[in-house]
Design a protein around this ligand. Structure first.
Ligand SMILES: Nc1ncnc2c1ncn2[C@@H]1O[C@H](COP(=O)(O)OP(=O)(O)O)[C@@H](O)[C@H]1O
Ligand SMILES: [Mg+2]
Length: 356
């Protein structure tokens, strides 16, 4: 195994890929983490896959990052906890599972394959900063701002990134009369801090609206209600401040909900998107401005809707977006001639700049 410097990176690196966790996106995260761990090992790194919440029972003191390692076995171990998370949560005080922090402190860097609450929301990042653990992706404040769709919209407005008109409301003070706040049906109701379209409802009338509010507030105490943008959907990754090619997302039926996101073949994804150059440039510039508006470091992926007249709206920014080999960012990177393992390596290289 070569041991050399590669563009400022020690090679090979000892890497913990963190996945799993307790959010609604646990299973997606296990897929991302498995892909990332395989990719990094194919690049020669000593990467291990660990569930941030369930951890591992023990590790070999002298060799926690073994050269021989079975990623599939690690993924199966993590998945074996899927049905027990709710019970485990009740009994646990610390979010971090056994051996997790010890391993992360020994790693050269931690690749965050997490999605959703406690992972994507800045709390893990803040804890890691204080513990001297290096990690991929953006820091705690930008993570927290991007996790909250209400805050995100305010930051976008301040920086002239167009976003659908909308309001934030709490469970204690719901707004029933949308006309009074300048909104009319159809609207989209979404939990403030959800992901993977869990807790997102497109509603046509007052009855559907009341039902959607009730469901959204069963997940969390804050919700965003915004105008429904009828049109085409796109996403753009921004890596190191620069936009990647635009990808178009066309679900075969309905909107880009949980099923259409993860069921193979349910959605046509086209990259580069079939868009005139001026609209491509505009969307990429909004993506780069949105990245800056939220103070991003490293990388993120921003979601867009576009009306038939070419009006573009940024819905949100994802700080730890899906990273399976077929996820949106890897497809965008492929258009730039970058394969999946190289992209994973690149995200590490860029993330390490935070620590220079
Ligand atoms: N204002 C909107 N107009 C039309 N469709 C929307 C709107 N907001 C969300 N959607 C649809 O819902 C999906 C999920 O919403 P999004 O805000 O990206 O939340 P998340 O991906 O975090 O669950 C989007 O990909 C899009 O298909
Ligand atoms: Mg989204």
């Amino acid at each position: 195994m070569p041991s050399d410097k590669d563009g400022g990176m020690e090679f090979p690196m000892n890497i913990v890929v963190l996945a799993g966790g307790t959010s609604t996106e646990r299973e997606v995260s296990i897929s991302s983490g498995t892909g990332i761990c395989n990719a990094l090992r194919s690049k020669g790194h000593r990467a291990i896959l660990i569930d941030i919440f369930c951890g591992i029972e023990t590790f070999v003191e002298g060799d926690p990052f073994p050269e021989e390692y079975d990623v599939a076995e690690a993924a199966a171990y993590i998945s074996s906890f899927n049905d027990k998370i709710r019970e485990m949560k009740k009994e646990r005080r610390s979010f971090f599972g056994p051996c997790v922090l010890e391993l992360c402190q020994r790693a050269d860097i931690v690749f965050l394959g997490l999605h959703g609450a406690n992972g994507e929301d800045g709390r893990v990042q803040a804890a890691f900063d204080l513990m001297g653990i290096r990690y991929t992706g953006t820091g705690y404040l930008s993570s927290a701002m991007a996790m909250d769709k209400g805050v995100t919209k305010q930051m976008f407005r301040m920086h002239h990134v167009p976003t659908p008109r909308g309001i934030t409301m709490t469970k204690n003070e719901p707004v029933h009369d949308l006309k009074s706040v300048g909104l009319g049906f159809p609207v989209v109701v979404k939990t403030c801090c959800g992901g993977s379209s869990v807790g997102v409802y497109i509603v046509q009338d007052q009855t559907e609206y009341e039902e959607a509010l009730e469901k959204a507030f069963s997940y969390e105490d804050e919700a965003v209600v915004e105008e429904y943008i009828k049109g085409r959907e796109f996403s753009v990754a921004v890596v190191d401040g620069k936009a990647y090619p635009v990808i178009e997302i066309q679900p075969l039926s309905g909107f880009y909900d949980y099923k259409n996101k993860y069921q193979p073949g349910a959605t046509i994804e086209t990259c580069p998107a079939d868009l005139p150059q001026d609209l491509t440039d505009l969307m990429q510039s909004y993506a780069e401005t949105g990245y800056k508006a939220l103070g991003m470091e490293g990388y993120c992926r921003l979601d867009f809707m576009m009306r038939p007249d070419g009006d573009i709206y940024c819905l949100e920014a994802n700080t730890l977006p899906g990273m399976t080999p077929t996820s949106l960012i890897p497809q965008e990177a492929a258009v730039l001639g970058m394969d999946y393992p190289t992209l994973c390596d690149e995200l590490i290289r860029i993330s390490l700049r935070k620590y220079e």
